[in-house]
Design a protein around this ligand. Structure first.
Ligand code: DX5
Ligand code: ZN
Length: 219
């Protein structure tokens, strides 16, 4: 299975986003992961459509925008218009998840459903045929640099089974605490898109970090 690496700019230097994104791409990044937080759904505030638009100008890779916000429906169009190719929304805030996934697709982006660590896989049961990808959170969302929750491995396996049963070959993305020690395990469990913030931008050489992560993931 080919693995796609999605460095999260949450751990990049916000004063040098273009430089850090170029470095991650030089190392072989496949996507740029953008963490949008509203200080309401999660206890942190990050960036919105204007920053996504600016990142779109400097990034070569498609943008994978992860909405950690309470009312995503209000902003789907703004984020796709700003340059999101993949847009993921948390099932915990969406009473009409099926409608929201359809709205993202109608805007021309890939629609992802995100599960918090405490949200059961069964929350996706009725939309398993409708998602373009599933994002399994392996930390509680809000901050970079947290420790990977080991139980996420089994959850990735169960999401894969659910998608397979629905006849959906959509990829599974994993986000939180992914690094050299966990990359191979999440791929073996069934994830093929790996988000990594601290592991890529926490050191002094993001390009080398992306190369090392790929080696670990594909070894
Ligand atoms: C956490 C974000 C993640 C975060 C991952 O709420 O959704 O994308 O940037 O960072 P690391 O890889 O450092 O855990
Ligand atoms: Zn994220």
């Amino acid at each position: 299975m080919s693995v796609r690496l999605a460095p999260s700019i949450l751990s990049a230097d916000f004063a040098h986003l273009a430089r850090d994104i170029a470095a991650a791409e030089a190392g072989g990044a496949d996507l740029i992961h953008v963490d949008v937080m509203d200080g309401h759904f999660v206890p942190n505030i990050t960036m919105g459509p204007p920053v996504v638009r600016a990142v779109r100008r400097v990034a070569a890779c498609p943008l994978d925008v992860h909405l950690m916000i309470s009312e995503p429906d209000r902003y789907l169009e703004a984020f796709v218009d700003a340059g999101a190719s993949m847009l993921s929304v948390h099932v915990e805030v969406l009473p009409h998840l099926h409608r929201t996934l359809g709205a993202i697709k109608a805007l021309g982006a890939q629609a992802g459903a995100v599960l918090n660590p405490s949200t059961p896989v069964s929350a996706l049961e009725e939309v398993a045929g409708d998602v373009d990808f599933v994002l399994v959170m392996s930390v509680n969302p809000g901050f970079g640099g947290q420790r990977f929750i080991p139980r996420s491995l089994d959850k990735i396996r169960r999401v894969r089974m659910l998608l397979d049963r629905a006849g959906n070959r959509a990829p599974i993305e994993v986000d939180g605490g992914v690094g050299l020690d966990t990359a191979r395990k999440v791929v073996e469990a069934g994830a093929s898109i790996l988000v990594a913030g601290h592991a890529v931008f926490g050191g002094s050489d993001p390009a080398a970090a992306v190369r090392a992560l790929r080696e670990a993931a594909e070894s």
